[in-house]
Design a protein around this ligand. Sequence first.
Ligand SMILES: Nc1ncnc2c1ncn2[C@@H]1O[C@H](COP(=O)(O)OP(=O)(O)OP(=O)(O)O)[C@@H](O)[C@H]1O
Ligand SMILES: [Mg+2]
Length: 235
Amino acid sequence: MLEVRNLAVRYGAIEAVRGVSLTARPGVITAVLGANSAGKSSLLKAISGLVPVASGEIRLDGEDITALPPHRRARAGLAHALEGRRLFHPLSVEENLRLAWDFSAATGSFEAALATAFGSFPVLKERRHSPARTLSGGQQQMLILSCSLIRRPKYLLLDEPSLGLAPIVVQQIFRFIGAVARERGTAVLLSEQMASLALKVADYGYLLRRGQWVREGPAAELARADVQELSAAYL
Ligand SMILES: Nc1ncnc2c1ncn2[C@@H]1O[C@H](COP(=O)(O)OP(=O)(O)OP(=O)(O)O)[C@@H](O)[C@H]1O
Ligand SMILES: [Mg+2]
């Protein structure tokens, strides 16, 4: 279980995250919803160790990881797919997966891991020798997900995977994320601006506004929530 308690993130005078607590459980998709600048990426980066924590605590399976460097958190089973399609763009699909594999502590054979990735997204197999930069946005997002999952993480942080993608591609990606949580028992923390789509796949959700929770609850409940109340979270 991933537990965040009373977390704060600051950039100088800017308080990006203030007093946020959350729980992400195995096999469950937890959505962090909020508008531009709400603090979603800052929260995820603090969890994976990419930005320092001003105060608060982060626990993974009961162990306090708040002071651990990012690579130690990765070794403890945490993967973070950053926003903005961070890939090695001149390298091929297969080379990107190979690099992710080489930097992971995963055991077994690369060929088996590759077959699993290609099984999930056959289009990546077709494009295996193409440079990542020549892929469509949706294919790049599939590659990012595959690079994150090749490490067989217990915890997956996904920062706005829907950004810039057509709704039909977003649905495919979200369905895949749902299957990963159910079948592998991965705990997924999904940050999204597309609240209605995210709540269709998520089990539980938190609404973030200016660095603070304004509401939390089961996804079905949030999806039914008063439109005015939800949109207030986006002001
Ligand atoms: N490196 C940084 N230095 C200074 N301020 C930052 C930095 N990163 C983010 N911020 C500020 O922190 C606040 C939260 O930003 P953050 O990127 O976490 O929001 P977000 O919810 O991910 O937004 P978006 O949906 O646009 O990705 C914003 O006011 C932003 O300008
Ligand atoms: Mg962001």
